[in-house]
Design a protein. Structure first.
Length: 314
């Protein structure tokens, strides 16, 4: 009797961290797959192919499980996160990874939690505590250092840094939009329809995708399909599941591993390692995120109202 009653409690305690861990590993692998597939596919075409593959898998699962349409209250968040996170983020990140290596891109995108906290303070009335503002300054300094490390080749690499920061911004805005949707609909619903919205946003790249499909090597196409099935269909669903059930603090230690995993994977699979100065700048970015998470003496009134925030995305 004791064991059977303890099992559900144990599952409930570990379900969200386990789901977040799956997401972290798959999103880390996505940075490497994007870098590889980006040699054959342009940013918009790669995003569209990835989203179509993801939507096909999610749609099939949704049909089998008969989840139906999300409630009306979920649609504003689904539409906004679909446009910003599934659409804009993927195109901009693909473009950025043509200019900088996968590890550097992951280090820059990982300032997303800071931006989410800033948006939460501005839009959700969560306040702007001193540690958050200090973290923003430290992370901004880190982004400048990464920019200096890549500026030797001219404007292209500096453009990549800007694009990765823009990707972090669109990711942050998408997460802030998605969280309210999860109060009205399940993780699978929110992910499925968000992915469909992102695919619609990327439909203007259809002609380019069809052209590049004819000339792309099989490996690049398989990478694109992998991106759609695993880092999109599976990982976005496990992340939405975790986001609806836990706070960022409990998942922070796991999600901070994304850039390290990306650096290791890109070194092993692509033979790429970020420049030492880029690694130093990336460490500053992560230090800024850590500083922002320090709890000051303060805002007793807002403790229960904070929005859970993920720490890295792909």
């Amino acid at each position: 009797m004791n064991t059977s009653s303890g099992t559900p409690g144990r599952w409930a305690r570990w379900a969200a961290p386990a789901a977040a861990s799956v997401t972290v590993v798959l999103w880390a692998s996505a940075f490497v797959s994007i870098r590889s597939a980006g040699e054959a596919y342009s940013p918009g075409a790669l995003a569209l192919g990835r989203l179509l593959a993801g939507a096909a898998v999610l749609g099939a699962v949704a049909a089998v499980r008969r989840i139906g349409l999300p409630p009306r209250g979920a649609w504003p968040g689904i539409l906004l996160s679909g446009v910003l996170w599934f659409g804009v983020y993927m195109v901009v990140l693909n473009w950025g990874e043509r200019e900088v290596d996968a590890g550097t891109a992951a280090l820059l995108v990982n300032i997303g939690p800071l931006l989410i906290a800033l948006l939460g303070g501005a839009l959700l009335g969560e306040g702007l505590p001193r540690p958050l503002l200090a973290g923003v300054v430290v992370s901004f300094a880190g982004a400048v250092v990464v920019g200096l490390s890549t500026s030797g080749d001219g404007g292209a690499s500096a453009l990549g840094v800007v694009l990765c920061l823009l990707a972090a911004g669109s990711y942050a805005a998408g997460v802030v939009a998605q969280k309210p949707a999860l109060r009205h609909a399940g993780a699978l619903q929110v992910t499925t329809y968000g992915c469909l919205v992102g695919a619609v946003v990327c439909l203007p790249f259809t002609g380019t995708l069809l052209t590049e499909l004819r000339t792309a090597p099989l490996g690049a196409t398989l990478n694109m399909v992998y991106l759609g099935v695993f880092p999109t269909a599976l990982a976005f669903t496990t992340w939405a599941f975790a986001l609806s059930r836990t706070t960022a603090g409990r998942m922070g230690a796991t999600t901070y591993a994304v850039p390290a995993l990306v650096v290791l994977m890109s070194w092993a699979l692509l033979g790429e390692v970020p420049a030492p100065l880029a690694l130093a700048g990336g460490a500053l970015c992560l230090a800024g995120v850590a500083v922002s998470r320090r709890r000051g003496p303060a805002p007793a009134a807002t403790t229960g109202a904070r929005t859970p925030v993920p720490d890295a995305a792909e």
